[in-house]
Design a protein around this ligand. Structure first.
Ligand code: AMP
Ligand code: ZN
Length: 467
């Protein structure tokens, strides 16, 4: 079945045609590890994870590279201000390396808690200074870069087209301020920056002690791990007008090629209809959700309520509703698992086909979730539906077959043993013993009800069906 992706480069939804028939190569711009990752950052990571899983569902293997920015990303996305890493190191009174290690570790903990797959290649900017330097030297040799007293700049006048993904108005909005009078165009950008004397992170170069600009790391590492041209480049929507434009410019200057065939960008998460910001005190982290009693998967499911190219509005009511949905999804799976009804194969095939079409239509998760709920709500209960949900879950990544830890805690082994004894008694038609055991279990605080699917055990609002 064809896969369609919206390509920011052509501004069209296109049939996906990978360079290699089996393996898809993806590059994702990773975090700048100077602060905690917010649930907004995680929305972009969930989108990228769904992309991975959809490609896997279609039978592809992946070579996916993600960088960790630990040098060169200045406070503005352009050539202005302090390095974000150095600013954070100064504020937290730590070394840049300590800051990078600390926030990198937290970032991967968040990915794990959200069941986001780790890309095959994770590469740190500071481990690739040599590759970046060689890249810049080649740009100078090719006549695409020039030196000023403060930096080596990319000369955009040499390009046939700039920008390619956005327009010049967006470029201006991207806070590009012409601070260096030696720059030939305000849109020229720094490839390499000469370090002031007291600058902490700097490396020797033909231009003296200096450090890389932000954009060069992705071009250098992308090329090193995926080649001059690969299939898909992803990132958040904010990266289009500066970072990704400049990656394309660099690659055209070095080898005359646009590095990726498909450029995919995830929209922003809003909070109560507005931007997340420290000053408003509404920057939420995954751990804030957990502290309020929500499993991180609740946020993952919440993110499926909107297409990745649309803004999504975070509210606590939305999270509460997603939490109930996750519980219903898991209970629905359990009910099917122990069901005994017959289901025709063509019913399963038709549902699978519709789910597959939805995910292949530019990762349309709201539409795919519609099919998931149809399966959950089927009147007849069958393990075939449970199997289908497990298959869908390879894309959803919600581990719907795992019983919630809280539920396990609430149904201790002692009760499970009693339920087993009662089942045995019923099979032996020893109704007196079965009733006695039921009363005993109820006195321990667990309601039980015999259904076609098995024994439904309820404590408080939690229910589970035990076969
Ligand atoms: P930042 O830490 O703000 O530089 O963000 C890192 C990346 O996460 C950005 O480049 C965006 O692509 C993404 N991102 C940041 N905030 C949000 C948000 N509210 N919603 C979705 N993605 C975001
Ligand atoms: Zn990047």
């Amino acid at each position: 079945m064809d896969i369609y992706f919206y390509n920011t480069l052509t501004k069209k939804k296109e049939v996906f045609k990978p360079i290699n028939k089996k393996e898809v190569k993806i590059y994702s711009c990773g975090p700048t590890v100077y602060k905690d990752a917010s649930i907004g950052n995680m929305r972009t990571n969930i989108f990228q994870d769904v992309l991975r899983r959809v490609l896997q569902y279609n039978g592809y293997t992946l070579k996916h590279a993600m960088n960790i920015t630990d040098v060169g990303h200045l406070v503005s996305d352009g050539d202005e201000g302090e390095d974000k890493m150095l600013k954070s190191a100064r504020e937290e009174q730590k070394s840049p390396m300590e800051i990078a290690n600390h926030y990198t570790k937290l970032f991967f903990q968040d990915l794990k808690s959200l069941n986001i797959q780790t890309p095959e290649i994770v590469c740190k900017a500071t481990d690739h200074i040599k590759e970046m330097l060689e890249y810049v030297q080649r740009l100078v040799e090719n006549g695409y870069a020039y030196e000023t007293s403060t930096a080596i700049y990319f000369n955009i006048a040499k390009l046939d087209q700039y920008p390619m993904l956005s327009n010049l108005k967006e470029q201006k909005a991207g806070a590009r301020v012409d601070v260096d009078p030696e720059k030939r165009s305000p849109y020229d950008f720094a490839l390499w920056i000469k370090a002031p004397k007291n600058h902490v992170m700097k490396w020797d170069s033909p231009w003296g002690p200096s450090y890389p600009g932000w954009h060069i790391e992705c071009s250098a590492m992308g090329q090193k791990y995926l080649g001059e041209q690969f299939d898909i480049h992803t990132g958040g929507i904010d990266l289009i007008p500066t970072h990704h434009e400049n990656e394309i410019a660099q690659s055209k200057g070095k080898c005359g090629k646009i590095p990726a065939n498909y450029w995919m960008h995830g929209e922003y998460l809003l909070i109560d209809g507005g931007k997340m910001s420290k000053s408003l005190g509404n920057v939420y982290l995954v751990k804030d959700l957990v502290e309020r009693g929500y499993h991180p998967f609740v946020y993952r499911l919440f993110s499926y309520s909107c297409h990745y190219r649309n803004k999504i509005n975070f509210t606590w009511e939305g999270i509460e509703s997603a939490s109930k949905s996750l519980e219903r999804l898991k209970n629905g799976y359990q009910l099917h698992l122990v069901g005994k009804d017959e289901v025709e194969e063509n019913v399963i095939d038709e549902l699978e086909e519709r789910f597959h079409q939805a995910i292949n239509d530019d990762l349309n998760m709201p539409l795919a979730m519609g099919v998931v709920w149809e399966v959950v709500k089927q009147e007849c209960k069958s393990p075939k539906f449970a199997d289908l949900l497990t298959k869908f879950d390879t894309v959803l990544g919600l581990k719907i077959d795992e019983i919630d830890v809280r539920q396990l805690e609430e149904i201790p082994q002692e009760i499970l043993d009693l339920l087993k004894q009662r089942k045995q008694a019923r099979e032996n038609k020893d109704w007196a013993k079965s009733d006695e055991l039921r009363d005993f279990i109820q006195r321990k605080g667990y309601e039980i009800k015999d259904t076609k699917q098995g024994t439904e055990v309820t404590k408080g609002t939690q229910s589970i069906v035990v076969d």
